[in-house]
Write a protein that binds this ligand. Structure first.
Ligand code: HEM
Ligand code: HEM
Length: 176
């Protein structure tokens, strides 16, 4: 994670940022629709898309973390207050860690609730009672923490764009 004089994130980091942003937000929405549905057939239909896409997000996150350490990233503006500097650093770290925690608790939920074996065998019973499946409790908690961090992240991007007006988003946008 060299500090350097580059002005933008690398092409790979920018592409992965927007691809993952799209995928993770879709997963959050699909997850919420799934748990709020009262119809088991709908839950099963959604989880069969949610789980493989969640695993895909996990693989892309690992690729992203690999490049985050290898590619130089733009340094924080020296004019930023310590709150902006540290606040954004902490939120960025959460935005890497919480999705990884969601992927591992998601896999744990599939295994321990019996959903995985049910989908593999094709013998769908009633939707399992998730209140007795610890990784499902974790998945739900991490999803809420992730959504809260994302709200802060987007508020930060808007603050930079409209209040500080430093066009920070340019560092994540296409172009040279
Ligand atoms: C699920 C959605 C998202 C996730 C997980 C996410 C995650 C991240 C992470 C981890 C970084 C830091 C990259 C690094 O330094 O290694 C970052 C940077 C950035 N993100 Fe996002 N992001 C998401 C959505 C968005 C959205 C919707 C916007 C715009 C409204 C946005 C704007 C930015 C900008 C401008 C930066 C660069 C900040 C800087 O240069 O200090 N992100 N994002
Ligand atoms: C970063 C990726 C992921 C995100 C953002 C995500 C998001 C969500 C959300 C928001 C919920 C609703 C939680 C609630 O309010 O109780 C949910 C439920 C669920 N997710 Fe994920 N998920 C991800 C990855 C995975 C993976 C990889 C799997 C399995 C391989 C998985 C399996 C499930 C299952 C089985 C449920 C239903 C749990 C229940 O009924 O309580 N998720 N997910």
């Amino acid at each position: 994670m060299e500090k350097s004089s580059v002005l933008k994130y690398s092409r790979t980091m920018r592409a992965l940022h927007w691809l993952l942003a799209f995928l993770l937000i879709a997963l959050l929405i699909a997850g919420m629709v799934m748990v709020n549905s009262t119809d088991d057939a709908t839950k099963f239909a959604i989880v069969q898309i949610h789980a493989p896409l969640g695993i895909l997000a996990g693989l892309l996150l690992l690729v992203r973390i690999f490049f985050a350490f290898r590619h130089p990233r733009p340094a924080p503006d020296p004019n930023w207050s310590p709150m902006v500097k540290w606040g954004s650093k902490i939120v960025h770290i959460l935005l890497y860690i919480l999705p990884l925690a969601l992927v591992s608790t998601g896999i744990g939920t599939m295994v321990l609730s019996g959903l995985g074996p049910m989908l593999q065998s094709g013998n769908l019973g009633p939707w399992p009672d998730m209140s007795i499946v610890p990784p499902a409790q974790g998945h739900s908690l991490f999803a809420k923490l992730f959504m809260a961090s994302l709200v802060l992240h987007i508020a930060g991007a808007i603050y930079h764009q409209w209040i500080i007006k430093d066009n920070l988003i340019g560092r994540m946008m296409p172009g040279k």
